[in-house]
Design a protein around this ligand. Structure first.
Ligand SMILES: Nc1ncnc2c1ncn2[C@@H]1O[C@H](COP(=O)(O)OP(=O)(O)OP(=O)(O)O)[C@@H](O)[C@H]1O
Ligand SMILES: [Mg+2]
Length: 321
């Protein structure tokens, strides 16, 4: 494996034009100089990035690197102390106060649908009631229209036969699909997913990923924190590797996974990920043998990326350090 030139991670890696042009939509999300502290803990250290309309961005990185915090800052579940966030036509200057700020935050929250690892459904409400709750309460939809909308969305996520079930009566993947339908019911411009499948048994993950894949194909703009590497490889336009509150590297999945430029990215993909999540690593053809040696198994076929691109340069293979 070739060691590439710069391993400097102090400078966040900017998005290259080639990924921006992979999706030709306008810039839907623009984040500039975002800082988030929890007390003295500096969690986001000046994050800058853009997401184009229709783009699917997958965020990976070690535990504690700030992935969830970043998503939560985008819809103001957490308030960043510094920086600027624009989503669509709403801009918030972080660290300010007052009516304008509060109104902008409210508008920003309506732009984002968020799906969490733990589903967060109302246990005493049926699937339909969970989905219709926000459109009726927040958007003032009539109960009839809300029910109709919820039923259409539940059908869309493959739950036509579970509409009247309560969360305790359905499986984990079904709960997560209800949660996705619930987020979609507010007609968000951007969907944020924070490890949507990591609480699920492996055999249930596929159903949720299929719903997400279909959403991506419909053109939904999505930022997904996930270590589902097969999904990232097949669906993402761009994968961002985040560590210690900065974006270390971002690239098209085939490039980032098979030709990472930074030592920290290589370390994560080749060592941390296989140890933490062998199944996810194996999806990229990365395995660890009994002696703890990481191998990229060449015989695992690597499919083309979303734009049909194949790994160029050296094919993955052989032992890596
Ligand atoms: N509400 C909070 N109060 C104090 N510290 C927090 C809070 N939320 C997150 N942190 C800290 O911020 C850092 C980043 O956490 P975050 O949850 O964003 O990481 P992550 O990349 O999502 O990790 P994981 O992969 O484990 O989900 C961690 O050190 C975490 O302990
Ligand atoms: Mg997290």
């Amino acid at each position: 494996m070739t060691v590439h030139e710069s391993d400097d991670i102090t400078t966040p890696a900017p998005a290259k034009d080639e990924y921006a042009s992979a999706k030709s939509g306008d810039v839907l999300v623009k984040v500039e100089g975002l800082h988030k502290y929890f007390g003295k803990l500096h969690v986001l250290k000046g994050v800058d990035f853009e997401v184009r309309r229709g783009e699917v961005v997958v965020l990976i990185g070690p535990s504690g690197s700030g992935k969830s915090t970043l998503l939560r800052c985008l819809n103001f579940l957490e308030e960043p102390q510094k920086g600027k966030i624009r989503i669509d036509n709403v801009t918030v200057a972080c660290g300010t106060h007052g009516k304008e700020y509060t109104e902008a935050i409210k508008a920003m929250r309506l732009k984002c649908g968020m799906v969490f690892q733990e589903f967060n459904l109302f246990p005493h409400k049926s699937a339909t009631e969970n989905v219709m709750e926000a459109p009726v309460l927040v958007k003032g939809l009539s109960k009839e229209a809300g029910t109709e909308k919820a039923r259409a969305l539940l059908t869309k996520v493959g739950l036509a036969d579970r509409m009247d079930y309560f969360p305790s009566q359905i499986s984990g993947d079904q709960k997560q699909r209800v949660a996705i339908a619930r987020a979609l019911a507010m007609e968000p411009t951007l969907m944020l997913f924070d490890e949507p499948t990591s609480a699920l048994d492996p055999e249930l993950i596929g159903e949720v990923l299929n719903v997400m894949k279909a959403l991506a194909q419909e053109g939904m703009t999505m930022i997904v924190v996930s270590h589902e590497m097969g999904f990232a490889r097949d669906v993402a336009d761009r994968v961002i590797f985040m560590d210690d509150g900065v974006f270390v590297e971002q690239d098209a999945p085939m490039h980032l996974f098979y030709h990472p430029q930074h030592e920290r990215t290589r370390m994560f993909l080749r060592h941390i990920l296989p140890e933490k999540d062998p199944r996810a690593a194996a999806e990229l053809g990365i395995t660890v043998d009994d002696e703890g040696t990481t191998e990229i198994v060449p015989e695992i076929p690597i499919g083309p990326g979303p734009a049909g691109e194949l790994p160029l340069e050296e094919p993955p293979g052989g032992e890596v350090v």
